[in-house]
Each structure stands twice: as structure tokens, then as C-alpha cells.
Write a protein of this length. Structure first.
Length: 162
């Protein structure tokens, strides 16, 4: 009789422990997968603000490879990225002129992108939000280098970190 009660108590404790672990994992992963308050709304607003009907896309002709900053692990890492640049074409003449300019000065665009990438570590580019942060920083760098707001977005079609 005592053995049966002891066995039932152990089974009940194991079930309670298992349920507690499952609930803990569920809450943890739900918390990790939920963006911070207001962050998702800002991204949606920015994407909505881009008029894709009046957008010209300039794709850099080759992927960009570069070394990353040495991080906490002390190892050397590299990144490969393919970037396309979205140019405002609401004024078709200005948009076409800027497409020609950026094509002629693509080395300046590549340099601006390299400046952003070379200041990143492997850990920074391994985070979940890394691609979005990279897009924003590359966009800001390109706008600064070309001294224009005609560059309205950046698309990353390939991002490989090793």
C-alpha cells in the first residue's frame, strides 16, 4: 500500500515538473519572439511610406566581401552581402538622373556599405534583427555620402556571415 502511494506521489510530482518546464519554455520563447513594444509598428510605417510604384532599383553588380571587427571570441570573421538601392522616382527625370549618377559612382556606394560592415562584429550580425539594423545603417550611410534623400530604401538579397 505504501509503495502504491509513493509511486503515485512520484508520478504526480513528475507530471507537475514536466508541466512547469513546458510552461516556462512556452513563455520564454513567446517573449523572445515578440518584438519590443512599438518596434514592429515603426518598421511597418517605414515600409508603407515607400511608394513602390515610384521606385527605381539599382543593384550593385557584385556581392561585397569584407572582414568584420574582431569580437569577444577573438576570431576573424567575414561577411558577404548583396545590396540593391531603392531610388525615389516620383520625379521621373530626377530619378533617372540619379540612377545614372549612382551607376557612374557605384564605387562610392560600395565604400559607404563597406564602412558600415567593417564596423560590425560577428555577434552583431548574428542577431535576429541584424538585417533590419544593417539596412537602416547602410541607407543612412548612402544618403550621407550622396547628400540626398532620393535614396529611400535598401534591399539586402544576400547576407552571409562566417
Amino acid at each position: 500500500m505504501k509503495n502504491k502511494v509513493m509511486m503515485i506521489a512520484i508520478i504526480v510530482l513528475l507530471v507537475v515538473l514536466l508541466l512547469t518546464i513546458c510552461v516556462g519554455f512556452f513563455l520564454t520563447f513567446r517573449h523572445l519572439s515578440t518584438p519590443p513594444e512599438g518596434e514592429a509598428e515603426v518598421t511597418e510605417e517605414v515600409e508603407d511610406a515607400i511608394d513602390k510604384e515610384n521606385l527605381l532599383i539599382y543593384t550593385l553588380d557584385e556581392s561585397i566581401y569584407t572582414n568584420l571587427l574582431t569580437g569577444n571570441d577573438g576570431k576573424a570573421h567575414v561577411v558577404r552581402v548583396s545590396v540593391s538601392i531603392g531610388i525615389d522616382n516620383s520625379d521621373e527625370e530626377a530619378g533617372a538622373a540619379f540612377m545614372t549618377k549612382i551607376g557612374d559612382q557605384s564605387v562610392i556606394a560600395k565604400d559607404a556599405i563597406l564602412s558600415v560592415l567593417r564596423n560590425k562584429t560577428y555577434d552583431e550580425l548574428s542577431r535576429a534583427e541584424a538585417q533590419e539594423v544593417l539596412r537602416e545603417e547602410i541607407l543612412a550611410g548612402l544618403q550621407k555620402e550622396f547628400n540626398t534623400n532620393e535614396i529611400v530604401t535598401v534591399y539586402i538579397s544576400d547576407l552571409f556571415v562566417q
